[in-house]
Design a protein around this ligand. Sequence first.
Ligand code: PLP
Length: 425
Amino acid sequence: MSKIETICVQGGYTPANGEPRQVPIIQSTTFKYDTSEDMAKLFDLEVSGYFYTRLQNPTNDYVAKKICEMEGGTAAMLTSSGQAASFFSVFNIAGQGDHIVSSSAIYGGTYNLFAVTMKRMGIDFTFVSPDCTREELDAAFRPNTKAVFGETIANPALVVLDIEKFAAAAHAHGVPLIIDNTFATPVNCRPFEWGADIVTHSTTKYMDGHGSAVGGCIVDSGRFDWMAHAEKYPGLCTPDESYHGITYAEKFGKEGAYITKATAQLMRDFGCIQSPQNAFLLNLGLESLHVRMARHCENAQKMAEYLQSDDKVAWVTYSGLEGDKYHELAKKYLPNGSCGVVSFGVKGGRKAAEKFMKSLRLIAIETHVADARSCCLHPASATHRQMTDEELYAAGVSPDLVRLSCGIENIDDLIADVKQALEKV
Ligand SMILES: *Cc1c(COP(=O)(O)O)cnc(C)c1O
C-alpha cells in the first residue's frame, strides 16, 4: 500500500487510458438509463451506481475514496458539512430512546448538536472528562448505549484524547468508538490504528485548507461486527422495509454496511450531500495536505515557544510544548506533530486580549481555524461575548484566552506581528 503522501496526491481516482488526469466534476443531478429494469436494480441496492446526486455523485465518491485510503478504512462518504458528518455518524446507529457516551472536550457545534438538538430527538448523551479513569468511563455506559464519541485533538481546548482508553471501554461494552479527526487529519493520526471504528471530519478545516468549501466526511474502518451485537443495531441487522427487506449487515458485510445504510437512508431522507464542485475543491486541498500539515505544525511549535518566552503572556497551551498537560499523549498519538492551533492567555485579562486583537496587522480576526492564512479569535469578545467572566470560566474558556491558528506563512512574519501586538498591550 502507498504511503500517506502518495495517497494525498494520487489516491481515490485512477484515470483509465485517455481519461481526464484531474478528478472530473460531474455537475449533474441525474443519470440516464436505457431501461427501467436497469434503474430498478439500483433502487433495490442490487447493483451499485448513480441515479440522483442527492444520494451519491461520482466526483464525491472519488474524493471520499481518497480520504478512506488516507484513514485506512473500507468505505467512506462526503457530507455537506462537518456538522452533517457528526450527525449522520451517530444517527445512523442510534435513535429515540438510545444513549451515547461522549468526551466533554469536543467542538462547541458538536456539543450543541448532541446536547440540544439530538436530545430533542430522544437521544441522551453522557459527557465524560477526556481525562477520566477507566472506571469513571465504564460507569457512564447504560444498557441502551450505542456508541462512544470523542475528538483526537479537541477544538478549541486542544485536549489530546487517549484513543486506546476510549476504544477499550467502547468495545468492552459492545459499541463502536467514533472519532472526529478534524484537527489531526490522517496525516498526523490515523485513529483506526488505535482501535477507533468510525472517523468523521470537518473537511472545511485542514483538508480543504484554503477557506473555500464547507464539507464533511465519514469513514468506516470495516472492523466493527454489527451482527455480533445485532440486538443493539436493528437498523443494520434487521430488514429495511424501505429497500425491499435488505439487511445491511448481511448484504454488505462489516466493510460496507454502515456507509451503505447512511447513504441509502440518511442521504436519501436528509440530503446533506456535498456539491461535486466543493468535492473538487476539497480534492485540490487534499493533494497538498501532507506538505501543509508539516508547515502548520512547525509554525505552531515555534509560535508556542515564542509565546512562552514573552512576558506579556500568562500561559500557553500546545501539546508540542514540553510540560504541556497533553505532551505525553501527543508523543504517542501525534509523533509527527499535532496541528497549527495554539491557545494562550494575555496578561491583563479580557481588556488586554481585546487590545492585542485590535493591534494585529497580518493575522486576521476570524471564527475560522485551520486555514493556510493565519487567523485569530478572542472568544470572550466574539463567539462568547454575551457571557460574564464567571460564565466563561465555567465553559472552560477564560476571558484572556486567544486562539491562534498558525497558517503556512513565514513564521518570522507571524511572530513579528504577535510581538508588536503584545507590545501595545
Ligand atoms: C468545524 C468543526 C466541526 C464542524 O464542521 P463544519 O464543517 O463547520 O460543519 C466539527 N468538528 C470539529 C473538530 C470542527 O473543528
